[in-house]
Unconditional design. Sequence first.
Length: 137
Amino acid sequence: MRTLTETEQKAKGFLNLNLRTKTLLIIVIAFVILFSVFLSNYFIDHTAVLTSDFYNINQPPSFEHWFGTDWMGRDMFMRTLLGLGISIGVGAFASVISTIVAIILGVFSSVNVLVDEFVTAVIDLFGSIPHILLIIL
């Protein structure tokens, strides 16, 4: 009978975790990555991202410019990181507002049957509108 060495046991450590622990670990790692991208917005020099450098026009990816540069010599990685941070911030803000509105509507609908029917009718009305029309509007 063969016994596992300590190194082999450590190598199988992640694989031996149950599904709940693996899922939680992946969620925590994803949250840390998204939160660090969001926080990076506050440490990026916005003027340097927007400033043109005509000596570095259309450079390929390198250690200095990870995604290369565009036709005006701007660093594409920093611009991408800035855009991602803004998008994550807008999404988080929209989620918080949506949660607050849902809590308020839930509290009001629990007060009275008439208010509950009105809130249900409004939700059904918004649910019947195709999402593409809401995006266009």
